[in-house]
Design a binder for this molecule. Structure first.
Ligand code: NAD
Length: 490
């Protein structure tokens, strides 16, 4: 990746984005569209189809037809594997173009997006493609006159509804294991970042995925998303997004066909630093990157620093210095470390949260407003107590709160004092303490002496109200397969 290549692509005209239903590129039946506003400068860069219920029904019907026709599920595992591997290769060939398109759409800095978007999706697709002929059924330990087998079968039609912060990465977390298991899929990206997912689906067809096996519909959550979630013909719904929408999806499932609903929701992850951490500089860098990259719009972002009182002042000084130096701005500049907030509305919500906060150590305001883009300086707010709303609610922006603790029990209590439980970070050089903390913190991912970076081999899923589904790892295949018992009398 070179800056000159990025610059060539930054203003490239965007061909009319089309949904793909039954293998055909289509616009919404109504002809309605939604504007795509780039967070880089607030300018409109494209229009995406605004699907209605009728469009969603067509996509679900196409998926159902392809599933019942067994044009994908019925292929030999090796054939399915080679299509998915080819798909990953095509994404790789187009990686830079996809990364730049995605950044224009959602504002993530390219230094992060390049790896976290196309290349993460490529890795995920390859991982599940390779799993296709390595995941077995089971034979039960029955008596000699019986054979008990447990077969895995695809659930049927899977809907994936994904957010705007990492559209390709998160879509791949759902689509790849679902396709690898033989399902047909309808994906709905966020109306705030749909362009790369639409391109990704087009590349899947180019790779030889049969028509109807992977469909993409775009539009609002309230209409297109709701129609998918209420569909009587969707067997499983895999969702990543906010807790509020997650709750609604469970209701829609209950009111329709009791489809399986898998939720990956928000976080309020504690980043806990003990005074026995040997390398406070390393911890400070991880704390700052753990909240400010992608302007804090990361589900596992370590948004609550919980630091031992004895090192509080020293540590806050370190992170403040680092945060104040971060390069914020044009996300298509390779040296930028903090890109844009996804939309003006989201930026305004984050700024509203800052208003009224006391003890702002650094940041606290919109910057680069002259560009028309949506940027907020990395913000550190100290003296936050567990009663403050700032301590409890996910903000999803570049804001780090700081709370001091006295001893290990205090740190555990503070870390767990939230309804959410997606991730956590612990910095200590005491091995026993590290293990105690891992056991005590109620979160789906606990990092020790590092933050972020977990790969496809391990699951990502929430405790408490951070969700009930698990993306990544072979465990994700469980979501998209039924287990069928076969009981044979010999
Ligand atoms: P969101 O919940 O607003 O939207 C997510 C998706 O749901 C979008 O595609 C949207 O169109 C759709 N949607 C909205 N209303 C709907 C409805 N009534 N019916 C059906 N679909 C509907 O979330 P967002 O703002 O796009 O993303 C940010 C949230 O996602 C944050 O809370 C973040 O923590 C969470 N997130 C979680 C993870 C994880 O792995 N747990 C990863 C990334 C983001």
């Amino acid at each position: 990746m070179h800056q000159s290549q990025i610059d060539q692509l930054r203003d490239a005209p965007i061909e009319t984005p089309m949904m793909i239903i039954g293998g055909q590129p289509v616009l919404a039946i109504s002809g309605k569209t939604l504007p795509v506003i780039s967070p880089i400068d607030g300018q409109e860069i494209a229009q995406i189809p605004d699907a209605g219920t009728g469009d969603v029904d067509l996509a679900v019907a196409a998926a159902r037809r392809s599933f019942e026709g067994a044009i994908w599920a019925g292929l030999a595992p090796a054939a399915r594997k080679s299509v998915l591997l080819k798909w990953a290769d095509l994404i790789e060939v187009n990686a830079l173009e996809l990364a730049v398109l995605g950044v224009r759409d959602n504002g993530t800095e390219i230094s992060m997006a390049y790896k976290a978007e196309p290349f993460s999706a490529i890795g995920t697709i390859r991982y599940y493609a390779e799993a296709i002929d390595k995941v077995y059924g089971e034979v039960a330990p029955t008596g000699p006159d019986t054979l008990g087998m447990i077969l895995r079968e695809p659930v049927g039609v899977v809907a994936a509804i994904v957010p705007w912060n990492f559209p390709m990465m998160i879509a791949a977390w759902k689509i790849a294991p679902a396709l690898a298991s033989g399902n047909s899929v309808v994906v709905k990206p966020s109306e705030m970042a749909s362009l790369t997912v639409m391109r990704m689906v087009a590349l899947a067809l180019e790779a030889g995925l049969p028509d109807g096996v992977l469909n993409v519909v775009t539009g609002t959550g309230a209409v297109a998303g709701q129609a998918l979630a209420r569909s009587m013909d969707v067997d499983a719904l895999a969702f990543t997004g906010s807790g509020g929408v997650g709750r609604q999806l469970m209701e829609y499932a209950a009111q329709s066909n009791l489809k399986r609903v898998f939720l990956e929701l928000g976080g309020k992850s504690p980043h806990i630093v003990f005074d026995d951490c040997a390398d406070l500089d390393k911890a400070a860098t991880a704390v700052v990157n753990g909240i400010f990259r992608n302007a804090g719009q990361v589900c596992i972002a370590g948004s609550r620093l919980i630091v031992q009182r004895s090192i509080h002042d020293v540590f806050v000084k370190k992170i403040t210095k680092l945060a104040a130096k971060m390069r914020v701005g044009d996300p298509l500049n390779m040296t930028t470390q903090v890109g844009a907030l996804n939309s003006e509305l989201h930026m305004q919500r984050v700024l509203d949260v800052i208003t009224g906060a006391h003890s702002i150590e650094t940041g606290g305001e919109r910057i680069h407003a002259d560009t028309g883009g949506f940027y907020i300086a990395p913000t550190i707010i100290s003296g936050v107590t567990e009663d403050d709303l700032l301590f409890k609610e996910e903000i999803f922006g570049p804001i780090l709160t700081v709370t001091a603790f006295d001893d290990e029990a205090d740190a555990i209590r503070l870390a767990n004092n939230t309804e959410l439980g997606l991730a956590a970070g612990v910095w200590t050089d005491n091995l026993s303490r590290a293990h105690r903390m891992v056991a005590a913190v109620r979160a789906g991912v606990v990092h020790v002496n590092t933050f972020g970076g977990a790969d496809n081999t391990v699951p990502l899923g929430g405790y408490k109200q951070s969700g009930n589904g698990q993306d990544k790892s072979l465990l994700a295949i469980d979501k998209f397969t039924n287990r069928k018992t076969v009981w044979i009398k010999l």
